[in-house]
Design a protein around this ligand. Structure first.
Ligand SMILES: Nc1ncnc2c1ncn2[C@@H]1O[C@H](COP(=O)(O)OP(=O)(O)OP(=O)(O)O)[C@@H](O)[C@H]1O
Length: 309
């Protein structure tokens, strides 16, 4: 078991700051769910951990060790939305899994290890010779998970792993990932825009907006008693059985201009869309001019808002 820590991590793509000074810890053996609208920087933060996005400031630490010092970053494994991004379509799935095993895995042990991993993700080991294209989407995602597990990870990063799948198999893949995480006591960063899915798997929930973590804390607290107005709007915008499909005026995020990451507003980044500033004080200069810091005193449930509930 290992903890993963983002310490003031920023990622810049030219003039765009996709991730801006993020502090976030994935405690050992726990699941941290990362939510936020499209473009908020969730995938980029995850990629920064595995070396697929350039870290321009800060550090990512695995048990206190800078991940840049780890050979191949094997203890950190990522599963993506589209399994094809980690599976070579021309390579038998057994070979793909073998390729991800730590160097030095004895030749004779590899076949048995492939069978063990396929069984772990509930696939018949007899399928090891098949190509990804011969499998269903859900089965391919299981293979991608087996390949990630072949690296014997301590931390698993799951980026929208069920969103491209048929609704009928999403639940099974989700249950499998949760089961494997518990059984192997993995630490997991779980990214999803689906709040119901995040609630189901997470111990901790972190909310991202325009490259920043605006709120983080124990999952139940964040999802039932949010402190940041953005989290409240995100929860109110989530599809729910209670909201009529016709009453889309109840969706606070749909009624405001989406944020433009190329031109983040001054002060609090959420102020142009925020409903609470005008309510709690007539003079909004605090929100329009001052960038709110995390209220560290409120840990473990922190929020970056001048008027956090
Ligand atoms: N390789 C890249 N080069 C340039 N800009 C990028 C790159 N990757 C991401 N971005 C930009 O960084 C910002 C954050 O993107 P990111 O994919 O991390 O967001 P996200 O929250 O994961 O959204 P989604 O759910 O849509 O994937 C976006 O404005 C995106 O256009």
């Amino acid at each position: 078991m290992s903890s993963l820590e983002f310490e003031g991590v920023s990622v810049r793509y030219g003039k765009l700051t996709a991730v801006d000074g993020v502090n976030l810890t994935v405690p050992s053996g726990q699941v941290v769910g990362l939510v936020g609208e499209s473009g908020s920087g969730k995938s980029t933060l995850a990629k920064a951990a595995v070396g697929l996005a350039p870290v321009s400031a800060g550090r990512v630490l695995l048990d206190g060790v800078d991940v840049r010092r780890l050979p191949r970053r094997r203890p950190l494994q990522m599963v993506f939305q589209d399994p094809y991004s980690s599976l070579d379509p021309r390579m038998a799935i057994g070979e793909s899994i073998t390729e991800a095993m730590p160097r030095g895995t004895a030749r004779g042990a590899r076949r048995a290890e492939v069978a063990r991993l396929l069984e772990l993700v509930h696939l018949d080991p007899d399928r090891a010779g098949m190509l990804p294209g011969q499998l269903s989407g859900g089965q391919r995602q299981r293979v991608a998970l087996a390949r990630a597990l072949a690296g014997q990870p301590e931390v698993l990063i799951a980026d929208e792993i069920t969103s491209a799948l048929d609704v009928s198999v999403q639940g099974a893949v989700l249950n499998l990932v949760r089961d494997v995480q518990r059984r192997l006591a993995l630490s997991m960063l779980f990214i999803s825009h689906n709040l119901a899915v995040v609630r189901y798997v997470s111990d901790v929930v972190a909310v991202m907006y325009l490259g920043r973590i605006v709120e983080a804390g124990p999952a139940e607290q964040v999802l039932t008693d949010p402190r940041h107005p953005y989290t409240r709007d995100l929860l109110a915008s989530a599809p729910s059985a209670h909201r009529s499909l016709l009453a889309d005026t109840d969706d606070p995020l749909a009624d405001t201009e989406p944020a433009d990451p190329h031109h983040p507003p001054a002060g609090c980044r959420y102020h142009p869309r925020c409903p609470i500033g005008p309510l709690v004080h007539t003079d909004r200069t605090l929100c329009t001019e001052a960038d709110p810091a995390d209220d560290a005193a409120h840990r473990p449930h922190r929020a970056a808002c001048h008027f956090a509930a």
